[in-house]
Design a protein around this ligand. Structure first.
Ligand code: FAD
Length: 464
């Protein structure tokens, strides 16, 4: 039986990050992956969606080419070639992760890992049958999959999840998107830009229910302007194929039909049949693995990270948890802190937020002031032809410290990094104002918002 210092189950962004860090710290590490390294993020999540979204954005630019003084006589989008491009990007990145793992001497075993003892893993399917390995420490990073509801009759053909949506051979004429969360809204942007008639069915009163209310309301208006129909407070009782259509039955409302339905109602954690119960590893109500801030389970020496712990299901959170678990598995004393996780939504326009919203800050007892700036007033945004959206800084009146930011607009998902660092360093609005921001750049919107906190933004009209 081969022996390692650390075994990692699952090669997504959580697992492969942990494996590389453990190897950097000098340990012998084995990564067990039953499919392809990169996990949901590279194969079925972050990267493929953004690759398709970029194609949709290119098409949007071309459709507006005349505004930029470019006459385009024929536009011929090919969804098949967009998918081909996406597949190439994904394959490149997967081989990049494989290369990194190899360069650090990480042993990668292909198969399904199951805990058989506190220090043993059975790798089902490895080398034709199975292989048992011994490891002093184990990190579980088996991730998640789309949540299914029996009444939604998902068949992978006409009633699909995000997994199949990323591999369609051709586009439907119309699609129902069930769930107006982040994934649903990103797909709504992709499909509507590519000419598909989109209807979003959302149970709650607004889309993007986890974001600041204003953001959801604004995106709703923008999507509606693009022809996306949004039916809030829609309680779906059943979805089924009827002839060549998919029909969603709604409580107290007329049924909605389309060529296809994409179900994006959340994620289920991959915690079944991997030996958790047998090892006495504690799980929560949703099946999530319970961990402390060291990412350790109740069983000493067994850690869990990423989607499987059900905290914030994002790739950068999984990777950070991986670094924490790796450090602790190697004798360190690192803790996970969730107070400053940037959230990025790749709709058009993009949304980036971090820290506290104004409402949350008030709830926590802060006396709050806001700094706002509209991209409409920014030279770079005007030059780019992307003026939709604003920067909002949430600032503590007493200390002038930045508490949070919500940015909606061009490259909001990149811009949010500046505010994240500012909050991490305990910076004040005044310190952002004191920092020279290059011109013309989108980052000037953050500078102007910081000046607006003290009512001295040069490119905002005098307040009455
Ligand atoms: P995963 O990435 O799910 O990886 C788990 C791995 O474990 C998989 O490779 C699986 O094959 C393997 N595995 C499972 N069971 C076993 C076993 N028993 N033995 C061996 N291997 C096993 N997040 C962002 O931050 N930004 C985004 O823009 C973003 N976009 C997304 C878009 C979509 C459509 C989806 C679905 C998700 C998106 N996410 C995004 C979320 C992100 O993909 C996940 O949070 C992230 O991948 C979680 O990483 P993980 O390592 O915990 O698990």
């Amino acid at each position: 039986m081969e022996a390692f210092n650390v075994a990692v189950l699952g090669g997504g962004p959580g697992g492969y990050t942990a494996a590389i860090r453990v190897a950097q710290l000098g340990a012998a590490v084995c990564l067990v992956e039953m499919d392809k390294v990169g996990g949901t993020c590279l194969n079925r999540g972050c990267i493929p969606t953004k690759a398709l979204l970029t194609c949709a954005e290119v098409l949007a630019h071309i459709k507006h080419a005349e505004e930029y003084g470019v006459e385009v006589t024929q536009i011929k989008p090919s969804f098949a070639r967009m998918v081909e491009r996406k597949d190439k990007i994904v394959a490149n990145l997967i081989s990049g992760v494989g290369f990194l793992l190899k360069s650090y001497g990480v042993t990668v075993l292909k198969g399904r890992g199951v805990l058989t003892a506190k220090d043993k893993v059975w790798v089902e399917g490895c080398n034709g049958g199975g292989v048992e390995l011994q490891a002093d420490k184990i990190i579980i990073a088996t991730g998640s999959r789309p949540a299914l509801i029996p009444a939604f009759n998902i068949d992978g053909k006409k009633i699909i999840t995000s997994n199949e949506a990323l591999n369609l051979k051709e586009l439907p004429e119309s699609i129902i998107i069930v769930g107006g969360g982040v994934i649903g809204c990103e797909f709504a942007c992709i499909f509507s830009e590519l000419g598909v008639k989109v209807t979003i069915l959302e149970l709650l009163p607004n889309i993007l229910p986890t974001e600041d209310k204003v953001i959801g309301q604004r995106l709703r208006l923008i999507l509606k302007k693009r022809g996306v129909e949004i039916l809030n407070q829609s309680q779906i009782t059943r979805i089924e194929v009827q002839g060549d259509k998919v029909v969603a039955s709604l409580e107290g409302k007329e049924p909605v039909s389309a060529d296809m339905a994409l179900i994006s109602i959340g994620r289920s954690m991959n915690t079944e049949d991997i030996g958790l119960r047998e090892m006495g590893i504690a799980q929560g109500r949703r099946g999530e693995i319970l961990v402390d801030d060291k990412m350790e389970t109740n069983v000493h020496g067994i850690y869990a990270i990423g989607d499987v712990v059900g905290k914030i299901m994002l790739a950068h959170v999984a990777a950070k948890q991986g670094l924490i678990a790796a450090a602790n598995a190697m004798g360190g004393n690192a803790s996970m802190n969730y107070s400053l996780v940037p959230s990025c939504i790749f709709t058009s326009p993009e949304i980036g937020s971090v820290g506290l919203t104004a409402d949350k800050a008030k709830e926590q007892g802060f006396d709050v002031t806001l700094g706002n700036f509209s991209f409409m007033a920014l030279g770079k945004a005007q030059a780019m032809g992307q003026t939709e959206g604003t920067v909002r800084l949430v600032v503590d009146v007493k200390t002038d410290k930045i508490l949070g930011a919500q940015i909606m607009g061009p490259h909001a998902t990149d811009l949010i990094a500046e505010v994240t660092l500012a909050i991490k360093m305990g910076a004040t609005a005044h310190q952002i104002s004191e920092t020279i921001h290059a011109h013309p750049t989108l980052a000037e919107a953050i500078f102007e918002a910081s000046e607006d906190v003290h009512d001295v933004a040069i490119h905002a009209a005098k307040k009455k």
